[in-house]
Each structure stands twice: as structure tokens, then as C-alpha cells.
Ligand binder design. Structure first.
Ligand code: PXP
Length: 252
């Protein structure tokens, strides 16, 4: 559900990214921890969606995980992926509820920066059209840049996901400036008819400020929830994040 300008954030949804449950498994090549059980616990904790990133190098999520989760997830399955032909083929076969197209560099630690939708317009538009024709809701992961937002609207995707990493990594004046950019991008996206998700680097210390972004539909949060789960379990870590989101929503 989209929010209004007043920042009525009570119903912002939480997609939990469980890539790093698979990172733990891949570190030893064991059959555990089970990705399906992880998704189930997040859903029990109140997640309204499960997000996974099938990377070209398969460093965490594997093809089999995507197929298994497609069968088991009872909320919404959101597949993050780059525009590689092999991954597009898998997405068209699996048909997750949502796909978020992201840039991908092999050597990066995590997704570093948003898509260049302006530079890659033709290719992105054609992949988005193929996915949409298969009934998949498409989102582009972008930096909070007004021209990128405008190009997403011109292509006609229904969603953008704003990259919150710079804000979450920044401190002081830099953080205020980054939050301002996120707020401006969300307003612009809404004015152009786009729905707004946000994600990357969000943790319990930053989620309060992130909730000041207007028109938020969904926050996609992974690493910090999986880290917290080491101490309290996935269900409780998910619930804690939702409580923090609701508290912040009530204040704004
Ligand atoms: N959204 C997108 C598009 C991402 O690429 C990621 C990282 O995979 C996330 C959200 C979640 O980021 P984090 O794990 O830092 O919470």
C-alpha cells in the first residue's frame, strides 16, 4: 500500500533478504542452514516478502534455492538479479512475484550503487518488458537521482527501489544530505506515478530516519536482520525490525 505525503508509514512492508543465510551454508558446503526454514521464520516474524539475490557467481543463493522458495514462500518472493541472459531465463522459468533489477560486478562485496538506467535504457526496457509479460512485477534499483527516476518512469516500470546504502554509511551533514536526496527522489517518483521501495545497509540504528522517506511501499533489509538473528533468531530479528519501523512510522 502506498503512503501519502504526510508520511503515514504505519503499513510500510518489510521484505527480508535471506542471502546471508545461504552465505553461511556456502561457507562450509553443508546442507544447513535451510533456506526454506529461514524464509518461513521471517514470514512468522511478520515479513511481507522474502528477497533473494541470485548472483552470476552464485556466491550465496543457488538456482535450487530459487525453485524451492518459489514453492514454499507464502508471502511474496522478490528476486534481485542483474540483466544477464542466463539469470533472465531462470527468472522467466521460476516466475517470482517480483524482480528487482540491480547492477552487478563480480568483485564487489555487495551491490555497490544503483543501475544506470539512462545509459542502459534499451537493454533494461527490453528485459523489463519480457519479465512484465510473464506477470512479474518489475522494479529498478537506483540511486536517489532525479534523472534516473525520470528514465524509470519513461520506461514504464511500476516500482523503483531507492539505494539507501550511502545514507546508511554516512554520518552527520553527509547523512542529512543523503536523506534529503532520498526524500526528493521518492517525491519525484510518486509524482511520476512510480511506487517506491528502498533498501541496502538499513539497520536498527538507521531505520527510524529511513522511515521519514515519503510514499514508502516496502523496505528490503537483509544483512542486519541476519546478523541480529545470530543472537535472537530470525523470527525475533524480523519482528524487532518491524517494531522499529512501526515506532518510527507513528512518530512521523
Ligand atoms: N535491496 C537491494 C536491491 C539489494 O541489492 C540488497 C542487497 O542484496 C538489499 C536490498 C539488502 O541490503 P542489506 O543486506 O544491506 O540489508
Amino acid at each position: 500500500m502506498a503512503r501519502d505525503t504526510k508520511g503515514e508509514q504505519g503499513a510500510v512492508r518489510l521484505g527480508v533478504n535471506i542471502d546471508h543465510v545461504a552465505t553461511l551454508r556456502q561457507a562450509r558446503g553443508t546442507p544447513y542452514p535451510d533456506i526454506v526454514e529461514a524464509a518461513w521464520l521471517c514470514e512468522k516474524g511478520g515479513a511481507t516478502g522474502i528477497t533473494i539475490h541470485l548472483r552470476e557467481d552464485r556466491r550465496h543463493i543457488q538456482d535450487r534455492d530459487v525453485y524451492r522458495l518459489r514453492k514454499s514462500v507464502t508471502t511474496r518472493l522478490n528476486l534481485e538479479m542483474a540483466c544477464h541472459p542466463d539469470i533472465v531465463r531462470i527468472a522467466l522459468d521460476v516466475r517470482p512475484d517480483e524482480v528487482c533489477l540491480v547492477p552487478e560486478r563480480r568483485r564487489e562485496l555487495t551491490t555497490e550503487g544503483g543501475l544506470d538506467v539512462i545509459g542502459g535504457k534499451k537493454r533494461l526496457a527490453s528485459v523489463a518488458a519480457a519479465l512484465s509479460a510473464a506477470g512479474i512485477v518489475v522494479s529498478f534499483f537506483i540511486d536517489p537521482d532525479l534523472r534516473q527516476v525520470e528514465t524509470c518512469a519513461a520506461i514504464g516500470v511500476p516500482y523503483v527501489e531507492l539505494h539507501t546504502g550511502r545514507f546508511c554509511d554516512a554520518a552527520g551533514v553527509g547523512a542529512r544530505r543523503e536523506l534529503g536526496r532520498l526524500i526528493a527522489a521518492a517525491r519525484h517518483a510518486h509524482a511520476l506515478g512510480l511506487k517506491v521501495n528502498a533498501g541496502h545497509g538499513i539497520h536498527l540504528g538507521t531505520v527510524g530516519a529511513i522511515m521519514r522517506i515519503p510514499y514508502l511501499d516496502t523496505l528490503n533489509i537483509g544483512h542486519s536482520i541476519v546478523c541480529r538473528a545470530v543472537f535472537v533468531g530470525l523470527k525475533e530479528a524480523t519482528r524487532e525490525m518491524l517494531v522499529a519501523m512501526r515506532k518510527a512510522g507513528a512518530r512521523s
